[in-house]
Design a protein around this ligand. Structure first.
Ligand SMILES: Cc1cc2nc3c(=O)[nH]c(=O)nc-3n(C[C@H](O)[C@H](O)[C@H](O)COP(=O)(O)OP(=O)(O)OC[C@H]3O[C@@H](n4cnc5c(N)ncnc54)[C@H](O)[C@@H]3O)c2cc1C
Length: 391
């Protein structure tokens, strides 16, 4: 487990609540403890827990808790228990342990270097979508992240008022190890925004900046941010993924973590559950990372299923265009059987416009099973099993 405590953390006054199992000699092996610890001592506590064979169940920012005044424990001693965290019925199913947040802020961003920038689209595809990788070496603290997070990009130049551009968020498309597995790069999957206004084609500022950028260029990067789309740590979890367009970015990180052989060797996390990706795109040429996903499906047929909705090439049951919600409706029985299992998580990512369609499909599918989706969805959300990031 990595928790950065380098220079910038010295003035960090935040306190974290760590829920740990099997830590403390006087306690039964399965007993849970809640420990509040200042950020400066978080790393030492993690090392101590690891050395004594404890298991970290969650780490969260204890925003209102005062920092404990007691000195930090020696590595071989359990940390003193400070103020109790608010009672929690059970550990969160998605662990937020050691998730880095805002290591770099807009006022002093990390300057990354572009290492590659290539199109992800096939011949005849609509629009422009690129895979762009940045070298993160040399940061203090090192800019690191986990699957499901986003980073901010501040494009060069100024806005119409002569002020520096504001940052735009992009979902990270590489695992924490990066595409080169060295742990010092981050990749994005960016669609160039283009629309017509008064007969003129308008290009989005940051997406065009990124799609045009050349290897070697320097880019201002902030973050990482986001805890909504984290994967559960449970290796037996089932993961249903609903993605349209660049919403595939977080799903690519999950699937690489689960099925890319080199990732599996590196991460010590052997996914044993079922993963099911629903991917929506207008044409076959617009499917992103399709070859990799086809390969995972061939190599892990028991664990991975890949269902495509290609709106301009396939027809739904009513003879209309095939959208992702039509695929959800077609497979509603199986999806709901999976959702009945408390180990199943659903992740949705893509353009905001996809939400109503999915909601409609889930409402119809739920009612066919005698369930009320408007009641079920908030329950899934509360249980941290329904994860949505749309933009
Ligand atoms: C959490 C999160 C994750 C994201 N992840 C990704 C990702 O992985 N990949 C990705 O490509 N994007 C992603 N985005 C979107 C990204 O942040 C930018 O919003 C996007 O790239 C457009 O930025 P831009 O600077 O190019 O456009 P801008 O120059 O900022 O233009 C956007 C503005 O143009 C206007 N506009 C847009 N469309 C139209 C239209 N049809 N007609 C009239 N006006 C219009 C709107 O006012 C809009 O606010 C994500 C966003 C969030 C919040």
């Amino acid at each position: 487990m990595r928790v950065s405590t380098t220079t910038s953390s010295r003035s960090d006054s935040r306190v974290f609540t760590v829920v740990v199992q099997g830590y403390g000699s006087a306690l039964p092996r399965n007993a849970e403890r809640t420990i509040n610890v200042p950020f400066s001592r978080l790393q030492a506590l993690m090392q101590s827990i690891s050395q004594l064979g404890g298991k970290v169940l969650s780490v969260s920012a204890a925003a209102d808790a005062p920092a404990p005044a007691a000195p930090a424990p020696a590595a071989s001693q359990p940390a003193p228990e400070a103020k109790k965290a608010p009672a929690k019925k059970s550990a969160a199913p998605v662990s937020h342990a050691a998730v880095p947040v805002n290591l770099y802020k807009p006022k002093s961003p990390f300057i990354g270097t572009v290492t590659e920038n290539y199109s992800l689209l096939g011949d005849g595809a609509i629009g422009r979508v690129n895979h762009i990788t940045f070298d993160l070496k040399g940061g203090d603290p090192q800019l690191h992240y986990v699957e499901g997070q986003s980073i901010g990009i501040i494009p060069d130049g100024e806005d119409a008022n002569g002020k520096p551009h504001k940052l735009r968020l992009y979902s990270i498309a590489s695992t924490r190890h990066g595409d080169n597995l060295a742990g010092d790069t981050v990749s994005l999957c960016v669609r160039q925004l283009q629309y017509e206004k008064d007969g003129e084609t308008i290009n989005g500022v940051c997406s065009t900046f990124l799609c045009d950028i050349e290897p070697g260029a320097k880019v201002k990067i902030t973050g990482p941010v986001g805890k909504e789309m984290l994967l559960p740590e449970d290796e037996d979890a089932n993961i249903i993924m609903l993605a349209t367009g660049t919403g595939i970015a977080p799903m690519r990180t999950y699937l690489r973590r689960m099925f890319e052989p080199t990732e599996r060797e590196k991460n010590g996390w052997n996914f044993k559950g079922k993963a099911w990706l629903f991917m929506g795109a207008p044409t076959t040429a617009n499917l992103l990372y399709d070859d990799d996903f086809n390969r995972y499906e061939r190599e892990f047929p028991e664990n991975f299923r890949y269902t495509k909705a290609i709106s301009r090439e396939q027809q739904n049951a009513k003879g209309g265009r095939m959208y992702i919600q039509d695929r959800v409706s077609e497979n509603a029985d199986e999806i709901f059987s999976m959702i009945e299992n408390p180990k199943t998580h659903v992740y949705m990512c893509g353009l905001r416009g996809m939400e109503p369609g999915i909601d409609e499909a889930m409402t119809a599918a739920a009612s066919a099973k005698g369930l009320d989706w408007s009641e079920l969805r908030p329950q899934l959300k509360k249980a941290e099993r329904w994860h949505v990031e749309t933009y």
